[in-house]
Design a protein around this ligand. Structure first.
Ligand code: FE2
Length: 415
């Protein structure tokens, strides 16, 4: 059945106000489109492709509260990594599924339809990976999930870690992960970056590395990762997550590197709330806030997206899957609020994330693409961001995943 969604304000489209959907796909976008059997009035609200969360740890969500451990300690990154094995030994396939489902519901109910999740594979039983591979299939109707084989405890710091990553790729993980700054010496961090690229090429997988998640400006695994994917022509299929140390790099180095990032087409993911919380812990004042060079990446045409990273886990006690919250924090920390910047700020949680995930061919509001979109409770981009508005509806394949009423008052405020 043909359906027409009309009276819409379509993000990054100044003219169209209507979309026709048939068999789950967008068949027309424009104005004054032909009449359809079903017509849905979007009441002038802003419509955009679904939010993308390109970096989330679904095997960690809610472990902080629900597994009854002693808490996240003082809240530094390395301390949390040391704490994690105690949590990990309590996991079962069922517990991972139960908690991950809560996290997925948090995200999907707030407009996310694409999640890339890093799953810890430094576990010879692959408990979390098995759970997530099943969930990926079972939840296809709600959300597209990409799985990164992530060696949380290291490829070399954890004995046999590299081989576990390889096994996880054979089991069906979509991307190769890594954590070179956690390896016990620079040499092993570099070795792991070589391994990551070799494994990706061998198994035809994407790359997403936790890269230089430290304030140490001498942590430069990003340089090596970028060089390798540049030489292999693999940058657009590769992502460097976090890259906090690049926010501490001096300009002469940073601008040389940004030229090379442009050449390689490497993607970046910044996790603004998580890293604002975790980084700068050894600083007194001025205190760094953990952000990579988001503003300069945007100005240079280097693809960068924002992500949630954690929901209530040993790394970060907060988090609720609301990408609007991530965007709001991110544009403050990155200082990107000029009228020109605001026009495309939503790209940071939509189109740019889709590029990191390499799904841009099937993503977006264009004829021929799947009819996946969300409806925001505002008509202008600026007001939507300023008010941090809710997602009123999420549509997938032309069908509503959910629909939410605007806030109603029993007694409204009169001035
Ligand atoms: Fe992460």
């Amino acid at each position: 059945m043909k359906k027409k969604f009309f009276n819409a304000k379509i993000y990054r489209n100044d003219t169209a106000t209507e979309m026709i959907v048939e068999d789950g796909k967008i068949t027309h976008i424009g104005t004054n489109l032909p009449k359809c059997e079903e017509e849905i009035d979007l009441e002038g609200k802003l419509v955009m492709p679904p939010y993308v969360d390109p970096h989330l740890h679904l095997d960690y969500v809610y472990t902080l509260s629900e597994l009854g451990q002693e808490g996240a300690g003082s809240g530094t990154l390395f301390e949390a990594i040391e704490l994690w094995p105690k949590f990990k030994e309590t996991l079962t396939v069922e517990s991972v599924k139960r908690l991950a489902l809560k996290g997925i519901k948090d995200e999907v109910s707030q407009g996310v339809q694409h999640i890339r999740t890093h799953i810890d594979v430094t576990d010879p039983n692959f408990t979390a990976l098995k759970a997530m591979l099943e969930m990926k299939e079972d939840l296809k109707h709600l959300v597209d999930i990409q799985i990164v084989a992530f060696p949380q405890e290291g490829m070399y710091m954890f004995k046999g870690g590299r081989d576990l990553v390889e096994e996880a790729l054979k089991m069906g993980a979509d991307a190769v992960g890594g954590i070179p700054h956690y390896e016990p010496a620079r040499e092993f961090g570099e070795k792991s970056v070589h391994d990551i690229v070799e494994l990706a090429l061998k198994y035809d997988k994407l790359i997403d590395v936790h890269c230089d998640e430290t304030d140490d400006p001498h942590s430069r695994f990003l340089e090596l990762l970028n060089a390798l994917v540049l030489m292999e022509g693999y940058g657009s299929r590769s992502t460097a997550s976090h890259t906090c140390s690049f926010g501490s790099a001096d300009d002469s180095y940073a601008f040389r590197m940004m030229d090379l990032f442009k050449k390689s087409k490497l993607n970046f993911i910044s996790c603004p709330t998580e890293n604002a919380y975790l980084q700068g812990r050894q600083d007194t004042y001025p205190k760094r806030r953990g952000l990579t060079r988001v503003k300069e990446f945007l100005e240079s045409g280097i693809n960068v997206a924002f992500a949630q990273d954690s929901i209530n886990d040993p790394w970060y006690p907060m988090g609720n899957g609301n990408m609007m919250n991530i965007l709001d924090n991110g544009i403050h920390l990155a200082q990107i609020m000029s009228p020109e910047e605001v026009k495309t700020n939503f790209d940071l949680i939509t189109y740019n994330g889709a590029r990191c995930l390499n799904i841009q061919d099937g993503y977006g509001l264009e004829v021929g693409k799947r009819a996946n979109f969300i409806v925001l409770n505002e008509s202008s981009v600026y007001e939507a961001i300023r008010k941090r508005v809710d997602v009123l509806a999420s549509v997938r394949g032309g069908e509503y995943l959910f629909k939410r009423k605007e806030t109603e008052y029993d007694i409204s405020l009169e001035l």
